[in-house]
Structures are given as C-alpha cells and as structure tokens.
Design a protein around this ligand. Structure first.
Ligand SMILES: Cc1ncc(C[n+]2csc(CCOP(=O)(O)OP(=O)(O)O)c2C)c(N)n1
Length: 219
C-alpha cells in the first residue's frame, strides 16, 4: 500500500525562488487525499466507523507543495485537523493514515487517537519533523515558536552550521487566528525575528461560523 505514498521531492528549499516539484508524486498524493476524504464522507461516516471527518479538499494541493519544500533536516511543523495531506507529503505510512481515524491498532496512538488529527511518528523521516497534533484550536502555535527559537540558539549561539536555513512552520485555519495561542506565538516570533512561517488556510469559515462574525475587517 505504501508505494502509493511516495514522498514528493523538490530539489529546492522553501527559501529559493524556483522550486522544482515532482508533479507526478504531488498529483498522486492529492488524488489519494481526495479519495480518502470521499471514502470517509460517503462510506465510513454513514456506517459510523469514523465519527468526525474534516475534509482537506481544496486545502490539499497547497499543503502538499508546502510539505515537499520542507527538506531541511531541522525543519519542523505543527498541523491541525485538516493537515492530513501535508503529513502525507512528509512521508507518513498509508497504514498509519488509515488506522488512526478508525481507532485501529497500528496507528500512532494504537487506537487511542481522537481520530480527527493525523499524527506522524517521525520514524525514518525524510522531511520536516511534525510535532504531535492536538484537537484544541490554537494550541499548535506556541510550541513551534519554541522550535524556531531553538533554531536561532543552535545557529547563532552554538554556531552550528547545520541549523542554517532551517525553519519552523505552524498550520492553522483562519478562525484559529482568534485564539490567544495564535497571538502569543505571533508576539514571540515577530519580536524575536524567529524563522517561523505562519501558514494560515483561509476557507472563509471556522467550521460553520462565517468569518465576518468573528474576524475583524472581514465584512
Ligand atoms: C480551544 C478550542 N475551542 C473550540 C474548539 C471547537 N472548534 C473545532 S474547529 C473550530 C473552528 C476552527 O476554524 P478554523 O481555524 O478556521 O479552521 P477550519 O475548520 O475552518 O479549517 C472550533 C471553534 C476547539 N477544537 N478547540
């Protein structure tokens, strides 16, 4: 099954101008992600085999491109419940992807996962390290600010060349920007000029809450 999940490669890193993507593997992953969403929506949720489903449709393509750009050994990322295509682009085994939402043994938590997040054990990883995911909206931001701060410490204080060019990435929806976790991390990362990318996926809603009811200047 895992040959389907070939990690897309990109010969350039995030900070270069002309990334050279392997479009075949990007397309394969995107179609796979959409097939998983379809199966969950049309079969597993109606059969009550999956209790929560958060489609990544429309978020998938850009997430896969982002994941394939994070090739530095000290890159790290945090995701949220819609980040499965991103995690797939980091190289997670398809068995893990399928087992966790079904609460099966063999998944990251051996069946104890809440089912909506996609965790990556980081074993034999080729791309960025993924922090453990949490269902709490906004919880993903501060930990990755800490990682970004540690990159600076290794690079500038310890003068470790191997940290040059590494970045930290946090992923979240537009409504997660209303949380104190987001603002705390923004404050830490911008004040200290940390190598932290805030990757915000704006789908116009916080699940079903329209953006204009809670985000300033969005009316
Ligand atoms: C701390 C916390 N408060 C509330 C929730 C319930 N909740 C789950 S998703 C969500 C909306 C998040 O919207 P957004 O960040 O825009 O992501 P989207 O689902 O639109 O991609 C909320 C409020 C939660 N999971 N955690």
């Amino acid at each position: 099954m895992n040959e389907l999940l070939e990690t897309p490669t990109c010969t350039s890193k995030l900070n270069t101008n002309k990334p050279d993507f392997d479009w075949r593997s990007v397309s394969r992953l995107m179609l796979l992600s959409r097939a998983l969403d379809d199966i969950e929506e049309h079969e597993l949720v109606p059969e009550k085999l999956v209790f929560n489903q958060f489609s990544a449709r429309g978020h998938d393509f850009a997430q896969i491109l982002l994941g394939s750009l994070l090739t530095h050994p000290h890159d790290a990322a945090t995701g949220y419940y819609r980040s499965r295509p991103f995690v797939m682009s980091l190289g997670i085994d398809l068995d893990e992807v399928v087992a966790s939402p079904l609460a099966k043994s063999g998944g990251y938590s051996d069946g104890r996962d809440i089912g909506v997040v996609c965790n990556y054990p980081n074993v034999n990883r080729k791309g960025a390290m993924l922090f453990p995911m949490c269902g709490g909206v906004g919880a993903q931001y501060s930990p990755i600010s800490g990682w970004a701060q540690s990159i600076l410490y290794h690079r500038d204080q310890l003068e470790e060349e191997s940290y040059v060019g590494a970045i930290a990435v946090s992923m979240g929806g537009d409504s997660s920007m209303s949380t104190s976790g987001f603002w705390a991390a923004l404050n830490i990362s911008t004040t200290n000029n940390l190598p932290h990318l805030f990757y915000i996926e704006d789908n116009g809603y916080g699940i079903s809450v329209p953006q204009e009811t809670q985000t300033p200047e969005s009316r």
